[in-house]
Design a protein around this ligand. Structure first.
Ligand code: SAH
Length: 223
């Protein structure tokens, strides 16, 4: 029987998307200083246009965030590339993502060889991301619907943590679930937000540095 599932055209990615991805990586990501070839290759590979609503497909590789429904957004490609670069992770590491959203960042993390655990608070988004990541074959991604402020106790500790919604302050539970020697990339603030990189030393001591100002949707408290 002919299986009219979307995968027939994923495997034969339309030329426009492949070309748009290469241009996106060259002009928006490599040109702005991301050098890690694993990150660049991942972004050339993951079909970002499938992670946005169909009506916005043609804008998926533009230099901007896009709405994904439920008042949420998929981050600008540069931010995804830069945050992945700042994580400075090695293949095989265990990473926790807070704010699955479309699942695009999770797919990039999987593509660079990480074991991904991702939490999304909006059930509809979590279900959609789960279906898409499954369809694309990302078996190294495990999703859960819930409140990221508590982290993921059963899977802790993590080598890396990436937060893609902005809490007003760094959530202590997440710092606690970071391995010694681990690293967290997190946007922090209310109206004004900064992207922080938090390093946990081998002795458990925490150091933070500010990277650059950002604009993320707020990380909301679970009900
Ligand atoms: N990483 C996503 C973009 C994230 S947008 C992508 O690649 O598409 C931020 C997401 O964080 C939204 O989907 C929002 O619902 C989610 N979010 C907000 N507060 C949260 C919380 N407390 N726990 C888990 N997810 C949360």
């Amino acid at each position: 029987m002919f299986d009219w599932s979307p995968s027939w055209w994923i495997s034969e990615a339309p030329d426009w998307a492949q070309a748009a991805r290469v241009r996106m990586v060259n002009e928006q990501i490599a040109a702005r200083g991301v050098r890690d070839t694993r990150v660049l290759d991942a972004m050339k590979k993951v079909p970002r246009h499938l992670f946005v609503p169909p009506a916005l497909e043609r804008r998926a590789y533009d230099d901007s965030p896009l709405p994904i429904g439920q008042g949420q957004t998929i981050s600008q490609p540069y931010i995804v590339g830069s945050m992945t670069d700042l994580l400075d992770a090695s293949p095989g590491m265990k990473v926790l993502e807070i704010g699955t959203g479309s699942g695009y960042q999770a797919a990039i993390l999987a593509e660079v060889g990480l074991r991904v655990f991702s939490i999304e608070i909006v059930p509809g988004l979590a279900a959609q991301a789960r279906a898409l990541l499954e369809r694309l074959g990302y078996r190294q991604v495990t999703l859960r619907t819930g409140d990221g402020y508590a982290g993921w106790k059963e899977e802790a500790p993590f080598d890396r943590i990436i937060v893609t919604a902005a809490p007003p302050e760094v959530p202590q539970a997440l710092v606690d679930q970071l391995k010694p020697g681990g690293k967290m990339v997190v946007p922090v603030g209310r109206e004004y937000q900064e992207l922080l990189v938090i390093d946990k030393g081998p002795d458990g001591k925490v150091k933070r540095r500010v990277e650059y100002p950002v604009m993320f949707v707020p990380m909301v408290k679970g009900r």
